[in-house]
Design a protein around this ligand. Structure first.
Ligand code: NAD
Length: 377
């Protein structure tokens, strides 16, 4: 089975699909791994390291794309790449399927079997393949560091002969994978941390990290069977905003991580709430790429409103690209390994398996994922 790892072509992307150790795992399975020349340049990993791991370095991107039985990459493929893929090729990558339906359609037209990393089900067995979680975890860590870099004060409490410095107050909205890692990182740095989430089940996890859980009575909230937050009604969001305003006014840093899978992120921090915050304080909008939790946040910019700076950096995991690649590549390898037929030395696209059933979005000329089909119609 020929597995091709093309270079990432998306502007500004610093992560790549895999580090050499992951290539070695694929080669050990018996896959013929072709690595595009310069794949690891963004993470300072040379071609030699991929070659030593068992990959064959190729310079003919088009030829390798044409001949591949499987393509493994990070970002969605461009149309020029899709045009080269052969029917039946298994293509695995992020696909941004809810905003990028054209790519899914084109993959289907080419009869490619497209596995979408965003659609890996949230089951215990699939956790090792869950790239949304692995990248969100790193992004949560980075969100705190990004804020610290911009702060005019330190985070921990310090009692010195020159005076006592109080700990920074960090308020984190959304305590999923990213939020919990942000809480843990802020606590490690010595901040006084408060957090809120609409899923009441996370209270215990927040408290076990040593943070305070802010309770807000919003009526019925909860989560879907897939573990994601349910979308709130406008009345519930308004109640939430009122409660958040007070916590934001006291905070030195607010980090928002609230997302609703497949939908636009809810606006939680309004412009009025930003006005109510202390001058010099910061907001990091981690949901900026999916619509934003903060009114006025701008992708890849720092916006100042009344002395409060709103940080809207995208691709936070890309700020730690080596570890982000290590984790994303492991997610890919775990997926390939899980469905590897050792005798045939090939990937077995088992459509009866619930992981494939959940993540396969195009197959044999059709778009096969119901959720995506529904959103396209
Ligand atoms: P996410 O990125 O979709 O959302 C981030 C957080 O924002 C979630 O905790 C969500 O509840 C919260 N949120 C949504 N709307 C909100 C609002 N209006 N106000 C405040 N918070 C709001 O979710 P996620 O972090 O990827 O994961 C959610 C859950 O799924 C977590 O409990 C996680 O442990 C679980 N999970 C399970 C698996 C698995 O079993 N394989 C994998 C990953 C995550």
């Amino acid at each position: 089975m020929k597995v091709f790892l093309p270079k990432e072509t998306t502007m500004g992307e610093t992560r790549v699909s895999m580090i050499p150790e992951s290539v070695a795992k694929l080669a050990n399975l018996g896959a013929e791994v072709e690595v595009e020349h310069g794949l690891g340049a963004a993470i300072q990993v040379a071609d030699d390291a991929y070659a030593a791991a068992g990959g064959t370095i190729v310079t003919d991107r088009e030829g390798a794309m044409r001949g591949a039985d499987m393509v493994l990459r990070l970002r969605p493929p461009q149309n020029e790449d899709i045009a080269l893929l052969k029917p039946g090729c298994v293509h695995v990558s992020y696909l941004e399927p809810f905003t990028n339906s054209d790519t899914v359609r084109k993959l289907a037209e080419k009869k490619v079997s497209a596995i979408c990393m965003e659609m890996i089900p949230r089951t215990t067995i699939a956790q090792k393949m869950d790239a949304l979680s692995s990248q969100a975890n790193l992004a949560g860590y980075v969100s705190v560091l990004v804020a610290c870099n911009e702060m005019k004060q330190i985070v921990p409490m310090m009692m010195t002969p020159a005076g006592t410095l109080p700990p920074a107050r960090i308020f984190i909205i959304g305590a999923g994978v990213a939020g919990l890692q942000a809480i843990a990182t802020a606590k490690r740095l010595g901040a006084r941390v408060e957090a809120f989430d609409t899923r009441p089940v996370v209270q215990e996890q927040v408290e076990s990290l040593g943070a305070r859980f802010l309770k807000v009575d919003m009526g019925e909230t909860g989560q879907t069977e897939g573990g994601y937050a349910k979308e709130l009604t406008e009345a519930q969001l308004e109640k939430q905003r009122q409660a958040m305003a007070k916590a934001c006014a006291q905070a030195d840093v607010v980090i928002t991580t609230a997302q609703v899978f497949g939908r636009k992120a809810p606006v939680i921090i309004t412009a009025d709430m930003v006005k109510g915050m202390k001058p010099g304080s910061l907001v990091v909008d981690m949901a900026v790429e999916s619509g934003g939790n903060v009114e006025g946040s701008v992708l890849n910019e720092i916006v100042e409103i009344g002395g409060v700076r709103i940080i809207g950096f995208g691709n936070l995991a890309g700020r730690v690209p080596l570890h982000a690649t290590l984790m994303y590549g492991s997610n890919l390898v775990n997926l390939v390994e899980h469905f590897w037929d050792a005798e045939a030395k090939a990937f077995n696209l088992d459509r009866d398996d619930e992981i494939i059933d959940g993540a396969l979005v195009a197959f044999d000329g059709e778009i096969v994922n119901e959720m995506i089909k529904e959103r396209m119609s």
